[in-house]
Design a protein around this ligand. Sequence first.
Ligand code: PLP
Length: 421
Amino acid sequence: MTSDTETNTMSQDMVETQTETTTAPDAMTPSVTTIDEPSVQTVSDMPHRPAWVEIDLVRLGRNFQIINRDKPPGVQFLSVAKDDAYGHGAYQVLNIALAEGAAAVALSTLEEAVRLRERGIRAPILLLGQRQESELPWCIAHDLTCCVNDSHTAMKLARLAAAAGKRVPVHLKINTGMNRYGVGWNEALPLVEEICSTKSLLLEGVMSHFAQSDETDKTFARLQLERFNRFLRDLTGRRISVKYRHLCNSGGFLDVPQAHFDMVRLGIITFGVYPSSVCRRIPGIEAVMSVKARIAAFQKLQPGDHVGYGMRYTAPSPRRIAVLPVGYGDGFPRVRNLGFALIHGCRAPIVGGVAMDATTVDITEIPQAQVWDEAVLMGRQGNDEISVHDLARLKNTVSYDVLTGWRQRLPRVYLKSPQAP
Ligand SMILES: Cc1ncc(COP(=O)(O)O)c(C=O)c1O
């Protein structure tokens, strides 16, 4: 019995040959069937879907520059890039943030931090939240700065650092009223002293977090600031100084200048999105993310015809419908007969229910629309815009959730040069 495998003679940059052996009818002489090579090699060579998230890196860089001009010169900024930089792509965002002067980076999971280290991000990384003990050796090995909230974790970190022959920086989280992480503002001194008397730890920062900094009513923000200041006075009383005292997120940065201290932690504002409708505006800041799709098909409806699952739309008159190959499986809100897309700068109302992979829009009033024309689901087109906040209202949620809610199956397309208006 012989067995045979065809030798692949294709060029080196082709992918591995797939060779399939089938059994011949007499079961004695195997025959070999070769499946033809695809003409493309890897997923990255494939044409991307006609639906995508577009990230304008030029606008992102400009936002950082504008923020840098707006903030007092002595105040550093830390780029908050958790959840893949709010869906924008942490690696791409951080390369720009660091080039524009970010003093450090904040993330929330160990995995995202290690992945960024593996891709060559060498800047200081502050890991927000609470670490499990099993994560601490990884933090030390990858030079990640932990927020510490309790003595047990701090001392475990200290022992591991000492064993590794390192002195590791930590930022102590003070709970001033958010009541998630941190040690109470009026009971933190014993932990401060414990950290300061431990050789393998360096108290590099003390921090707190606003529960409500972007609303008109700043009563609670002022109370948190007052508590943080009381804690800082206690530190001064003990002659303890730290490099970074930080309390502000974007809302605090915009509206509570007394709380800027040494560093501000900026997330959403750097992406050109304001944390609320009432906080201070900085002229020139622009949204960095858009979501787009191309028209994949048309339908002509007669009066009485329906569209999509559940027949939720009935044409009152002859209508022309465009199908956009994007849906709630991509993170678009699961709405019915609500919202619109922009096509040729005009509003095309959504008709019927948004499905997992398809959204239908009425383009009767946009006769120039052609198949594969671009539609904007979030962002600007012509003189009109669908903002993150518009989608947040449709989804009954907040802008943060919309930005981070676009699924990974939507390719990210990065614009690196200025776009024509
Ligand atoms: C501790 C901490 N600081 C700062 C930020 C950044 O907030 P923002 O995106 O509002 O600037 C976050 C984000 O949630 C956070 O958890």
